[in-house]
Design a protein around this ligand. Structure first.
Ligand SMILES: [Zn+2]
Length: 456
């Protein structure tokens, strides 16, 4: 198969252009779902899709579909590619936006190179993935898969009392065609790593083989409000003590049950929340995740047991309510397989630049900026820039509010196809030696590549 290369500089600059919408002073991004910034970002993407002549449509919850129909088979189910554009209150530049813009870049490349596909490809932007302004998270894709009802979603209010249906009007007024019953064949999402595992393994990219099952529970503790000064310890029905015991027991039992089980108490509310009142009502959220439903059943039973023991011991009622269920899903094996065999990976293994051993990208933090960056290095090399010096700044490598973020400057050079890091105090030497400079930069000028034709 012929290998097709995307334009990584264009991808980076698109990511940076979108990152300006809702930009925070500390480098992060705030683009809450259904907010004005969310709307502006989507308008921009729609504009780009229109330039490509894509067939645009939107469903009732604001999911956007932009389909490339450049062959006779466009009636077939399509391959979706995309992600989300909404962020957490202190989100990062790459979370979601990278997936959307990588999808757009793929379509831009296909259009540019006049490639005819066997089935249509379409960019998909899911609404409200984060779920921090309106819950549940993954709202757009849950709606798409008929897992939530529109009439329930419309009545949701944010913390300021703004109805979701009122915000949705602005999105429907963007003027896209309405889509009611859309079917896609498969969906590909490129996403930054949310956890620390790839980074630990010193890998820059991995292929997801599935999503683990998840369950969300709410646990309410009901005791009795009483005065902190006058109520003796042995007659209290203190829900803070009860919930503290619960959290410790639950966490310990989960650790014992299975090493891959993820068990989290993420939110605690105690009422009335007063310094001098013994709390008579408290609530916590419990989040459990594992690929095996049997393990999830077991931990649910353990949770019920812990609740019963606490009721007996502390004279507080424990009510456990099931809230959310996410079933385990395997990724389509053919898609995972072809992703593992992408041109980038092949090149890394056997390509012209001996990246896997002699080029060490591992000193960098592991997330997608690094991959974009390494693609640019490959591009430069293939264009016969045999020696290149690069400097990448905090703008590219800073990802706000994510586990793996670090802010650093990295310097490196490629000499006759071999990569090495450059010490900061030696940097000037190389910069002075630059004969031909080409600067590729994102919106805030953070990405530089200096090229020179002669050997160092
Ligand atoms: Zn995301």
């Amino acid at each position: 198969m012929k290998q097709i290369k995307i334009n990584s500089a264009r991808l980076i600059s698109s990511i940076y252009e979108i990152a300006r919408i809702g930009k925070l002073s500390n480098g992060g991004v705030r683009r809450l779902a259904f907010s004005k910034n969310d709307l502006i970002a989507k308008k921009k993407i729609i504009e780009w899709c229109e330039e490509l002549g894509l067939n645009l449509s939107m469903d009732s919850i604001g999911n956007i579909f932009a389909r490339l129909e450049n062959n006779k088979n466009f009636t077939k189910k399509s391959t979706g590619i995309g992600s989300h554009l909404d962020t957490q209150p202190h989100g990062g530049k790459f979370d979601g936006a990278y997936g959307v813009l990588a999808g757009l870049e793929v379509i831009r490349t296909i259009v540019e190179k006049k490639i005819i596909l066997k089935r249509p490809i379409e960019l998909i932007i899911w609404s409200n993935e984060e779920g921090c302004r309106y819950t549940p998270p993954l709202m757009g894709s849950l709606f798409f898969t008929n897992s939530v009802k529109l009439k329930n979603l419309k009545k949701l209010k944010d913390s300021e009392g703004i109805l979701l249906e009122d915000e949705l009007i602005f999105f429907h007024n963007l003027g896209l065609k309405k889509v009611l019953n859309k079917k896609i064949d498969s969906f590909i999402e490129i996403h930054i790593e949310q956890g620390p595992i790839l980074e630990k393994l010193k890998k820059s990219i991995g292929v997801v083989i599935g999503a683990q099952g998840s369950r969300g529970l709410n646990v309410d503790f009901v005791g009795e409000d009483s005065h902190s000064g006058t109520t003796p310890m042995n007659v209290r029905k203190d829900t803070v003590v009860a919930l503290s015991n619960f959290v410790v027991d639950f966490t310990n039992e989960a650790k014992k049950l299975h090493k891959d089980l993820r068990a989290t108490v993420g939110s605690i509310v105690t009422l009335p929340g007063s310094r001098n009142t013994v709390s008579g009502k408290s609530s916590i959220t419990v989040d459990i995740r594992h690929k095996d439903p049997n393990i999830l059943n077991k931990i649910e039973k353990i949770i019920a047991n812990i609740g019963r023991k606490i009721e007996l011991r502390l004279k507080v009622h424990v009510k456990i309510k099931k809230k959310l269920y996410g079933s385990k899903n395997n990724a389509a094996p053919n898609i995972s397989f072809s992703l593992e065999n992408t041109s980038l990976n092949k090149k890394l293994k056997k390509g012209k630049i001996p990246i896997d051993k002699k080029i060490d990208f591992h000193g960098m933090t592991v997330f997608e900026a690094e991959r974009l960056f390494s693609q640019t290095v490959i591009t430069c090399y293939e264009n016969n820039f045999r020696n290149l010096l690069f400097v990448t700044g905090k703008g590219v490598l800073k990802k706000h509010n994510e586990d793996s973020h670090q802010v650093k400057l990295y310097y490196g050079k490629i000499r006759s196809g071999f990569f090495s890091w450059v010490k900061k105090n030696e940097l000037q030497k190389y910069i002075l030696a630059v004969e031909q400079a080409s600067i590729e930069h994102g919106a805030d000028g953070a990405f530089f590549v200096y090229l020179r034709k002669k050997k160092f």
